[in-house]
Design a protein around this ligand. Sequence first.
Ligand code: NAP
Length: 506
Amino acid sequence: MDSKLKSQPTIFIIFGGTGDLNARKLAPALYNLYLEHWLPEQFAIVGTGRTKLTDDDFRERLHKDIDQFSRSGKAKAEQWDSFAPHVHYYPADVQNADTYQIFGEHIKELESEWQQPANVIYYLAVAPNFFPIIAENLAKAGLTADAERTRIVIEKPIGHDLESAKELNALLGRIFQEKQIYRIDHYLGKETVQNIMAFRFANAIMEPLWNRNYIEHVQISVTEQLGVGDRLGYYDGSGALRDMIQNHLLQLLCIVAMEPPVSFTAEEVRARKVDVLRAMRRFTPESVRDMAVRGQYGPGWIEGQQVPGYRQEAEQQGVNPQSNTETFAAVKFFVDNWRWQGVPFYLRTGKRLHRTASVITIQFKEVPHSIFPSSMMDTQRQNRLIISIQPEMSIRLQVQAKRPGVDMVLNAVDMVFDYKGTYVAQAPEAYETLLLDVLLGDQTLFMRGDQVEEAWDLVMPILTSWQNRVSQNFPNYSADSWGPEVAEALIAKDGFHWFTLPLHDK
Ligand code: NAP
């Protein structure tokens, strides 16, 4: 436990305290941080929402949520009893300016009880249309002035397009300094994602190979077996490109493609990531057709269960049954700099696919000259580095090796670093890592405003093109597939294919 942190009283005010995000992620993460002694001695969690609840009602709700969703399992009575008194609740409508006076009074009460000023973290776990009004009302109530002690955390989506992201950043920028703003992309809190930086920048053997001279292409796949489900109302206004590629997948690409930072500090790491986005080749309306494809799932079967298509789900939920929203997107990107010139980065994501997995694959070039005749090759595969983010957490290097036996026959084998096999300790949830970083005031794993805007700037031509062209062939992939045929064609025309997941299967 950081001794500086221990002595810094902290108040978390969670807007959207009664919502799904708090139930499934924030409350369990805070509880686990508490169990592992990461929270300060004096801390308070103040939930708020319109639902009328007492402190005890709210504690009871969180207790159930933690029992259900915490990675550490059901809360033990003694530990819960010591945690619960730190939890409070205020029923309030965020649109009501008086609400904020009440928060101000509560902060003062806690500070006078603790006899020292507290850090205050405002966590906006509410729909994004409330971000501006909450930020403005906090400022009007004088609750944001201390830039050293107050922080605001916002969730994706950060804007709906470039213009709205700029507006939001400008509004937040008028109220907060950048060092107070924590834009969460929970992918960045995942152990395996953080490990890419360790792998790249703490090992001498990677850097010489990590460029266009040795790498042929890169694939980043984030696939989900689940459909959109009851989030369809929200999702229909978003789609796979906005919901996944603009943020999570481009963040992964940045970590793979970034230059080595001078040091592992927030400003250095974030600046190198923005450099990648700035170097990425912009799309024209013509190149969008060539480099970006979309899909929408139809009905089908998954693991013996019949599942409806996206449009049927839309109809059931009162959304346009002819929806043009994509549930799958695949895009080919280029990073136009010395390191990556000419190396394609293929990104794909989709719902209702054959398997849930997040995997980055770096495919190295062929050997310049093979001394082994094809008769000696049982399997022949170019070297691949496979970084599995979830559900498997591993890094595999695929190499050619001699198969045991009297004859000389080669096949592809994996050199594996597997979290489960290497470490006994359970990996923390991404939200634990990220909430602790907010407490510590460390912004390394959070998105800077300009980074979000660059990512929007990059995808805007695709969004505009897709909005202007109604897809004639939706639905174009069935449940339990790997997506539409156009996605295969996108990569096949370059002579490659999508690697099936999990990739270590032969
Ligand atoms: P949700 O379950 O719909 O919860 C929304 C929350 O907002 C509820 O606590 C609701 O409380 C509160 N709220 C709505 N109107 C309010 C008002 N006028 N005044 C005060 N409180 C109000 O949504 P969610 O899934 O938790 O998502 C919250 C945010 O996190 C969204 O921006 C979402 O995109 C983002 N996010 C969520 C997840 C996730 O896993 N759920 C993941 C990534 C990002 P009352 O009903 O009590 O008023």
